[in-house]
Design a binder for this molecule. Structure first.
Ligand code: ADP
Length: 191
């Protein structure tokens, strides 16, 4: 099993690099952002609650997102053969602690946290560009700035959390998609 967290600010390229990791390592992809957007599209109760937070650039409450994650893990036992890539989760220390417990209960653990490091001005540029193409309601300048603030306040402390566990792998997230992927592979292949 290879369980990886792909970590970084909004716009750092988590989704893009996840696609390449899934392909290369045959991992099962869990993107909490995708799960929430799917619920919004289907108009579920969860989707209605989540949309309020997402459009404000805030995090969906931990209890909700932890329950969702446990559900996705249990619903996909058969699909999870080689391991999982967690994309957009954990985003808070309580989420990281919950993840550790969820995995321990299932006899497994996080092997590495791949941190995509990208300067702030580049992040905003990328988010706005993506917004023009994807039409994501949270990819506008106001919400993007709030999401970055949320990231700095609530999510970035996870870097030190995983550094202490010796699991954090810093990756320069500037450059071509393939070059960045090569750096990630190099780092994971030495595990
Ligand atoms: P990005 O990394 O570009 O912000 P995501 O698709 O991962 O995009 O997340 C979009 C939004 O969904 C977040 O801004 C947040 O509101 C919500 N969200 C996603 N994952 C989580 C999570 N683990 N905890 C709380 N909220 C989340």
């Amino acid at each position: 099993m290879l369980n990886i967290v792909i970590f970084g600010a909004p716009g750092s390229g988590k989704g893009t690099q996840s696609d390449k990791l899934i392909d290369h390592y045959k991992l099962f992809h869990i993107s909490t952002g995708d799960v929430l957007r799917d619920n919004i599209r289907r108009g579920t109760d969860l989707g209605k609650v989540a949309k309020g937070y997402i459009d404000q650039g805030q995090l969906v409450p931990d209890e909700l997102i932890i329950d969702i994650l446990a559900q996705v893990l249990d619903d996909n036992k058969e699909n999870i053969q080689e391991g999982v890539i967690f994309d957009g989760f954990p985003r808070t220390i309580p989420q990281a602690e919950a993840l550790e417990q969820l995995l321990a209960d299932r006899g497994t653990k996080i092997d590495a946290v791949v941190g995509l490091e990208v300067p702030e001005d580049e992040l905003i540029k990328r988010i706005l560009l993506r917004g023009q193409m994807s039409g994501r309601s949270d990819d506008n300048e106001d919400t993007a700035r709030k999401r970055l603030e949320t990231y700095h306040n609530q999510t970035s402390p996870l870097k030190a959390y995983y550094e202490e566990q010796g699991k954090y792998r810093a990756i320069n997230g500037l450059g071509s998609i393939d070059d960045i992927f090569d750096l990630i592979k190099e780092s994971l292949d030495s595990l």
